[in-house]
Design a protein around this ligand. Structure first.
Ligand SMILES: NC(=O)c1ccc[n+]([C@@H]2O[C@H](COP(=O)([O-])OP(=O)(O)OC[C@H]3O[C@@H](n4cnc5c(N)ncnc54)[C@H](O)[C@@H]3O)[C@@H](O)[C@H]2O)c1
Ligand SMILES: [Zn+2]
Length: 385
């Protein structure tokens, strides 16, 4: 049976997840900038062989790659293609980081014939996509996502951004890649924190997708955390199946897509105020919980949903991360939330779940009343420590 979910007045169907046997599969994302294929590779051939095949098929590739990924999965390099290694961190995801990529592109005399291939997680994706978007008003690029977060979420949708003046993603562009090659083999080397981070974004998308999606997430969570890559791969595909119809319907983020920002107003504030000590997807888990609790306190959401999200969050957030978030003064979080792109006049348009499979945008006033609501909702984090 097709699962459906609701964002405001718009109804969506969870796209049927592509078959994930021993064969590669995939789907095509319709985009105003040109449709692009997302190829979900099977385990064999391994990442190095498939990246080499991708590069072989391009006339003039230039590679921007996470240096950790280069060392772990591409020890023989990327063939003759010039390569710019990146140390992935929120500090790299900055104008300076973009300038380093732009220097590389200019040094290699990138032009119309060039295709840039970004290999890495969300940071490499964001900084490379941003640089490709501004260089000569747009260079073609392809993306090879190597973290779970990137394979399950960021690889589709065409958003790119860099952090600026202590605000996450303040500068950005829509600049979709020409194709995406997602290979599960990359995930074998992920640090546990990055696995939990990816699962945090998947939890958010499954809560949006509805009861069936969340149940599948809950069923797979323990195995995924134990490193079962088949389960991880199927949860990533499920997550894309929720995101895909929404980004196609609202690529420019002016309507329903804003709901995919669930957990991010508080999450981005947690990241910024803890000096990025809490990984992005883990901060999103904390944010999803706090924003759901805020909805519960307004009488919009049943307590049972918050309890279920809390049970998953206990497995995704370490005590140290929960404590780091809990020690931030609510006023500091509140001030960081004031820079959110969803602020409209004197209110923050906050996406909150009103049920599993139903999200509404509510107005959170940017005054003492709103701060009071945030402060009360933050109390739910105590149960994670
Ligand atoms: N553009 C979008 O649509 C979008 C969506 C969601 C998140 N994001 C952004 O993505 C970023 C988070 O992405 P992320 O979690 O992928 O972070 P990341 O790119 O910083 O990667 C996390 C860590 O994993 C390492 N790594 C990458 N691939 C690896 C591999 N295969 N094996 C071992 N280590 C590996 C990196 O070196 C880094 O230390 C945030 O900045 C977030 O804002 C962007
Ligand atoms: Zn995110």
């Amino acid at each position: 049976m097709t699962e459906t979910f609701r964002i405001g007045g718009d109804r969506f169907s969870v796209a049927p997840p592509p078959p994930l046997g021993g064969e590669a599969s995939g789907f095509v994302v319709r985009s105003g900038a040109g449709d692009y294929e997302v190829r979900l590779a099977a385990g064999q051939p391994g990442p190095a062989v498939q990246v080499a095949a991708l590069l072989d098929g391009l006339a003039a590739p230039l590679v921007v790659a996470d240096e950790v990924v280069l060392a772990a999965h591409l020890p023989d390099g990327v063939g003759p293609a010039p390569c710019h290694p990146v140390v992935a961190s929120e500090a790299t995801k900055s104008l300076d980081g973009a300038v380093a990529v732009l220097d590389f592109l200019a040094g290699e005399r990138a032009g119309r014939a060039t295709t840039v291939v970004a290999i890495g997680g969300g940071v490499v994706q964001d900084v490379t996509g941003f640089a490709c978007g501004v260089y000569k008003r747009g260079l073609s690029w392809c993306y090879v996502p190597t973290t779970l977060l990137a394979q399950a979420d960021s690889c589709i949708g065409g958003k790119t951004a860099v952090n600026f003046r202590r605000t996450k993603n303040l500068l950005g562009l829509f600049c979709a890649p020409g194709q995406v090659l997602s290979h599960p083999g990359f995930l074998s080397s992920l640090a546990p924190a990055d696995l939990r981070s990816g699962l945090g974004e998947i939890l958010k998308l499954c809560a949006i997708g509805g009861e069936g999606c969340l149940a599948r997430f809950e069923d797979g969570l323990a195995a995924a955390l134990a490193g079962d890559l088949d389960v991880v791969r199927s949860l990533a595909a499920l997550s894309l199946a929720v995101k895909w119809p929404v980004i196609e319907a609202d690529e420019r983020d002016v309507g329903a897509r804003r709901a995919l920002n669930l957990g991010h107003s508080v999450g981005h504030a947690v990241e910024a105020t803890t000096g990025y000590e809490v990984p992005h997807g883990v901060a999103v888990t904390l944010g999803t919980l706090v924003e759901s609790e805020l909805a519960r306190r307004r009488g919009l959401l049943e307590a049972g949903v918050v309890d279920r999200l809390t049970r998953s969050a206990r497995l995704l957030v370490t005590g140290t991360e929960a404590a780091a978030a809990a020690t931030v003064a609510p006023e500091a979080l509140w001030s960081a939330m004031g820079g959110d792109k969803k602020v409209e006049g004197s209110v923050l348009k906050l996406p909150v779940p009103v049920a599993l499979g139903a999200v509404e945008l509510v107005d959170l006033p940017l005054d003492a009343r709103g701060l009071g609501e945030l402060e009360s909702a933050l109390g739910c984090l105590a149960s994670l420590r």
